[in-house]
Write a protein that binds this ligand. Structure first.
Ligand code: ADP
Ligand code: ZN
Length: 589
């Protein structure tokens, strides 16, 4: 069978995505091959199709145990016999897999990198025909990347111990040019390299500034009920607090390193199964997630660098349907990240710390730039880019202007009247007319500016002040007790009677399309099947496939097979039930 037939039969697709065919051909010709493709670009197909066409077994090295199980379940569901070997297996399961391996039952076997050091494993593997070793998340081998794993250094040692050298293929989504070179250097190969570009046209990138992030998120969720999304926060505390705010209204879960493994796994599992719609999490969440129907990723805080941002945001829209990535920027988050840099460095050299500050500035600039932010990222990854992508907050500029001159005058005069002696929280309290202890202690309630912004919540006042800091009217001093002072620009603003505007991001209203109802019905049947099969719903069929079904309304098996994502094997397994649903829907409507 040739590769295009395999693509249709197993995966249900009729054409290759950019780069896939070239990579597959390169591997089939016996070359070591490196594929650099964005998340959702379709890396799996690039090593799985060669695995099916080559004689013998393909070993896939993958860093995450949780993901391995999903990947293997998905392959078996496609009708491709596969297994995984990692520390989660019982010795009974393990022995069974070895027996099957010797019988030549599997075409693809996922292994954790730690396993490659294991003498027994090396011995067993050396008696088998290993045609290909595929290294997933290959940037983990580089110390320059953001996810270095020392166990990845085992890979090359392992390969050197094999009697017959297999074809090596390596894949990653995040690689700056230096990481790219390092991967090749560390693996000691001379590969064909295919770089398909990092752009994710279906993702809309938005930066939001000068808002209270909780209110913004609440607004956003109101417009996007029923969609699956991830909200990232910088700290556990922020995750817990946002979770508390949202949990009464939404099907929501949380995830951070302060929770038990059990609780985290359960939440992750429920999210994958669509029982939880929204996950509020720290960056500890997501590495092991292949869920393709994530419709939005909101960062409530700044990330440590642009690579992390791009990778985390990139968890949206793997299925290719349009999805949104929002970064909410507040100047105070810069301080949090600086704190992380200063406090997580046990004996790190000043060189490394400097590097981290430089990386932090890349994501700060992303938030500040007025040019196309998609191009900004693409250029960072060393790619030529378009001037105007038409699908980011800079290019679309969907914001509305709001005049905040009066509010700004009030804030600045409050700081002036209290002689630039207080921290931001105290100033906020004065403006809001709060009666807290420190206000009473310093008799700040007798100030003429006391309570002059009482129609605003403290959080809103804080957001206004953050904006004035960001735009250079105010400055927060460093040191143990930071205070807010006026800058030259701030003082001039009062004298010169200038106006200040802020641009507020309009929340996009969801457009309801005609076939939405049928789509929702198909999602329901998918959920039922997923429960029976004990698989995540998106693995049965992706949202994209269901969307296409709801548009084409196929009435027989041949037409259903024409829908992208429906292969012969899945057609046999699930086709009838979807056809029945479509028929009954059309009858009753
Ligand atoms: P990656 O590992 O690069 O993030 P995946 O291999 O998980 O991406 O693929 C992302 C999605 O794209 C999957 O749903 C996959 O089935 C789909 N896909 C892969 N190749 C094609 C193709 N040629 N045509 C349509 N969809 C594809
Ligand atoms: Zn743009």
């Amino acid at each position: 069978m040739d590769k295009i037939k395999i693509l249709k039969k197993y995966y249900g697709y009729t054409s290759f995505r950019p780069g896939q065919e070239e990579i597959i051909d390169s591997i089939l010709d016996g070359n070591d091959t490196v594929g650099i493709m964005p998340t959702g670009g379709g890396k799996s197909v690039c090593y799985q199709i060669p695995a099916l066409l080559l004689e013998g077994i393909t070993l896939v090295v993958s860093p995450l145990i949780s993901l391995m199980k999903d990947q293997v379940d998905a392959l078996n569901d496609l009708g491709i016999p596969s297994a995984y070997i990692n520390s989660s297996l019982s010795s009974k399961e393990y022995n069974k897999i070895y027996r099957n391996l010797k019988l030549g039952i599997y075409k693809i076997v996922y292994v954790a990198p730690e396993r490659l050091e294991n003498e027994e494993f090396i011995y067993e593997i050396n008696n088998l025909n290993i045609s290909q070793i595929s290294i997933d998340e290959a940037h983990c081998v580089s110390q320059w990347g953001h996810d270095f794993r020392s166990s990845y250094l085992n890979i090359i040692k392992f390969i050197w111990q094999l009697k017959k050298k297999p074809i090596i293929s390596a894949f990653t989504a995040t690689a700056t040019p230096e990481v790219r070179e390092d991967i090749i250097y560390m693996l000691k190969i001379k590969p064909n390299v295919f770089i398909t570009g990092f752009d994710r046209p279906n993702l809309k990138y938005i930066v939001v500034k000068g808002v209270n992030s909780t209110s913004y998120i609440k607004e956003y969720l109101k417009e996007h009920t029923g969609e699956s999304g991830i909200i990232y926060c910088a700290t556990r505390k922020e995750v817990d607090s946002l979770y508390g705010e949202l949990s009464k209204r939404y099907k929501i879960g949380r995830y951070h390193a302060g929770m038990s493994d059990k609780e985290r796994n359960e939440n992750q599992e429920e999210f994958i199964k669509d029982n939880i719609e929204i996950m509020v999490a720290t960056n500890a969440f997501g590495m092991g997630i292949d869920k393709s129907n994530v419709r939005f990723v909101i960062h409530s805080n700044l990330t440590k660098d642009l690579e992390s941002y791009y990778q985390e945001a990139g968890r949206a829209g793997r299925d290719g349907l349009s999805s949104t990535c929002i970064l909410i920027f507040n100047p105070k988050d810069i301080k949090t990240q600086r704190f992380f840099i200063e406090n997580n460095q046990f004996g790190a050299s000043s060189e490394i710390i400097k590097g981290k500050y430089e990386k932090l500035s890349t994501v700060i600039n992303y938030a500040h730039t007025s040019k196309c932010i998609r191009s900004y990222v693409l250029e960072y990854f060393g790619e030529l880019s378009v001037e105007n992508c038409g699908n980011c907050s800079s290019c679309l500029d969907t914001r509305i202007e709001e005049n905040i001159t009066i509010e700004s005058q009030k804030i600045i005069s409050c700081i002036g009247r209290t002689k630039e002696r207080y921290g931001i929280n105290t100033i906020v309290s004065v403006l809001a007319g709060s009666k807290n202890a420190s206000i009473l202690k310093f008799k700040l309630n007798t100030q003429t500016t006391y309570g002059i912004l009482k129609e605003y919540t403290q959080k809103e006042i804080r957001a206004l002040m953050d904006l004035l800091v960001g735009d250079g009217y105010l400055e927060i001093t460093t040191g143990e007790y930071p205070i807010v002072i006026l800058t030259k620009k701030g003082k001039e603003f009062i004298k010169e009677k200038k106006e200040i505007f802020r641009k507020v991001e309009k929340i996009e209203k969801r457009v309801f399309q005609e076939n939405m109802q049928l789509f929702e019905e198909l999602k329901k049947i998918r959920k039922i099947i997923a429960e029976e099969e004990n698989l995540p719903p998106y693995m049965i069929f992706s949202d994209k496939t269901l969307k296409e079904m709801s548009e084409k309304e196929p009435s027989n098996q041949e037409d259903l097979l024409k829908v992208s994502g429906v292969g012969e094997i899945k057609l046999k397994k699930y086709g009838i039930r979807f056809l029945e649903k479509i028929e009954s829907f059309l009858k009753s409507n």
